[in-house]
Design a protein around this ligand. Sequence first.
Ligand SMILES: Cc1cc2nc3c(=O)[nH]c(=O)nc-3n(C[C@H](O)[C@H](O)[C@H](O)COP(=O)(O)OP(=O)(O)OC[C@H]3O[C@@H](n4cnc5c(N)ncnc54)[C@H](O)[C@@H]3O)c2cc1C
Length: 318
Amino acid sequence: MKALIFIQTEDNKILRSCTESISGIQAVLNTADDSIDTLFLDSSVQGELETYEVNINHLITDIRKFNPLEYICIMESMISELSPDIIIFSHTYQTRDWAPRLSARLNIPFVSDCINIVKEEDGVLLTKQMYQGKVNADILAKSPVIVSFQSGAFRADEIKEGTSDTHEKSLNLNINTESIRPLDKFKESKGEVDLSSAEIIVSVGRGISKEEHMHLVKELSESLSAELGSSRPVVDYGWLPHERQVGSSGQVVSPKLYLAIGISGAIQHQVGMKGSDNIMAINKDPNAPIFEIADYGIVGDLFEIVPKLTELIKNHQS
Ligand SMILES: Cc1cc2nc3c(=O)[nH]c(=O)nc-3n(C[C@H](O)[C@H](O)[C@H](O)COP(=O)(O)OP(=O)(O)OC[C@H]3O[C@@H](n4cnc5c(N)ncnc54)[C@H](O)[C@@H]3O)c2cc1C
């Protein structure tokens, strides 16, 4: 089976979700008949790509700035040249913009926002979360198929290193892109807090119920010398600044320990934290989706558990 992975970059760096996809596909396409190629448009990541165990990296030199119409033409041309069985994207805002158009143009189905892939006889079995992560749906897709993977679906640190060559080419695109004129990319202002480098994160959700209760998680976080994170409602209520929000519209984190307190584990939250080494959840609802990805779970009332946990940690330290 042949895979072609589109490598998206930002500020001359490969998006983490793309290295995750390479890693995930390496684990699945691992026989002598399989091959993995990448396609990229930013030459500054060539060196990094050549350190991964893939077949060929295709660098297309025509493009400077994102334009969905040009991206589609590039992909269309490379798909007709390489005939991949699976065409892979990270599930980013950019992908959401142009992968469906590509799918329609080529009449190849697009299964978006997947979390797993298994190789089958004449296609792939894809897993996709539905209903806010409450249900996992398996979709059997025949080749060729376009797939996008959710951020955190695979482990970037399990990527197989090796050597790979890059084939550089210009496609001499001559298309009218006037009908779509992308503006400069929206940049969120960078805050003071960089949760992505934290080793321990104590993260709080709507289960904390009132701002007056926030001291409970702050004390626990201090006792562990952890950073404080949160789900979106806590930020929306104004109890913590946006820079502490974890998730699809917040930060993506991968600490050694992620302690989720009163967080249900909606898909938009999971996207930002499921790459954590260890996840511990405290939630009174045993069916909360967070327990599906938690390594350790405590079903119970956070107002009983959190103060005791803080006390225990403090006693242990003294
Ligand atoms: C476009 C978009 C982007 C989004 N981006 C993000 C994002 O970046 N990050 C994010 O987090 N969300 C994001 N969301 C929102 C997301 O869909 C969820 O609504 C949100 O994550 C839910 O937050 P929560 O788990 O804190 O709240 P809830 O889903 O309300 O869960 C609260 C949990 O607390 C538990 N609980 C209640 N009381 C107690 C108690 N006393 N003890 C123990 N447990 C208790 C409940 O059982 C429940 O599971 C986004 C949504 C959209 C549409």
